[in-house]
Design a binder for this molecule. Structure first.
Ligand code: PGA
Length: 307
């Protein structure tokens, strides 16, 4: 007796439905007609004997049966990815696409490192996604990429972390700010000045607030901006002081800014290459990790000297 099983296409549809929550969007993204999407999902429901989705308002939600199929689909596609990695590894070739997703703070230095890596391995391609922390965290949970870059690794996912680069957080002020003439500024004094902070969930924000809290002071938060680039402009315009990664100053020169000599600063942490443990590292991923550990610091130091 033959047991009926979902087709690979139906599993792709369930994954797409979970992601886009709309039949028309699934049809558009997978380049098939909407009636065909509906028929395939109806066949899948008939196969398991239960509906696989229902409508909630205008969005599509997977039912418990749909979610069970989604879990199975995720495992199968992960296994297929791992199979590809195994075959490439057996062939011993460093080729393919390296996919990396990073928070916006890393945009200042990662392209320099990727350029050097691509020069060493000219046959590879790189897919780089730069987005806010929430998006990158979701991609880490979904195991969408080979690597993620964080200095404060978000909790809740089993990961391998490889620290490879210092990340120093510094206090910046407008060039002509009264504190910029001081040889040393205390946290007590700093706490009287308005600050522009990164958004909730930001690693920079968390590290800054932790330091102030540990030392018994409260930051006076005047504004929240979810972009280091916009914060630099706001500080230069005199809207407040801010804490930023030194990398965002070394590579994105902003005239009119000065680093203040504040006690307990710079806050020192490290950039970490983060991998979801469910993904088998390809030869390419292993080569990237080794390259970063061996060369990352030096490449950036040379790049800073050239700026
Ligand atoms: P950010 O920094 O979240 O403030 O951009 C990254 C990190 O510290 O992980």
């Amino acid at each position: 007796m033959s047991v009926k099983q979902p087709t690979i296409r139906q599993l792709q549809l369930i994954q797409a439905l979970a992601r886009y929550q709309s039949l028309s969007l699934v049809a558009e993204k997978l380049y098939i007609s909407q009636p065909s999407v509906s028929i395939q999902l109806k066949n899948l429901s008939d196969l398991v004997g239960l509906p696989v989705y229902h409508m909630k308002g205008r969005t599509v939600e997977l039912t418990d049966a749909g979610k069970a199929i989604l879990r199975c689909a995720n495992q199968i596609f992960q296994s297929l990815d791992n199979l590809k990695t195994d075959i490439d590894n057996l062939q011993g070739v460093v080729t393919g696409t390296l996919s990396i997703a990073v928070v916006t703070t890393a945009q200042y230095f990662l392209p320099v490192l990727l350029a050097a890596f691509a020069k060493r391995y000219p046959r590879i391609e790189v897919a780089l996604e730069i987005a806010n922390r929430e998006t990158i965290h979701a991609r880490l949970r979904d195991n969408s990429d080979d690597f993620y870059l964080f200095s404060q690794v978000p909790p809740g996912v089993e990961v391998v972390e490889t620290p490879f680069l210092d990340n120093e957080l510094v206090v910046v002020a407008p060039e002509r700010h009264e504190l910029s003439l001081q040889s040393s500024v205390s946290l007590a004094r700093l706490s009287h000045y308005p600050f522009i902070l990164r958004e909730h969930g930001s690693g920079t924000r968390a590290a800054t607030q932790k330091l102030f809290h540990q030392q018994g002071f409260v930051l006076s938060e005047k504004m929240t901006i979810a972009s280091s680039e916009a914060i630099k402009q706001a500080v230069a315009a005199g809207l407040g002081l801010a804490v930023l990664s030194r990398h965002s100053l070394d590579f994105g020169v902003t005239p009119g800014l000065k680093i203040l000599p504040v006690e307990h600063f710079p806050i020192k942490s490290q950039w970490r290459l983060v991998q979801n443990t469910a993904r088998k590292p390809s030869l390419l991923a292993q080569a990237f990790q080794q390259f970063m550990l061996e060369n990352g610091m030096e490449i950036l130091a040379n790049a800073v000297n050239r700026c």
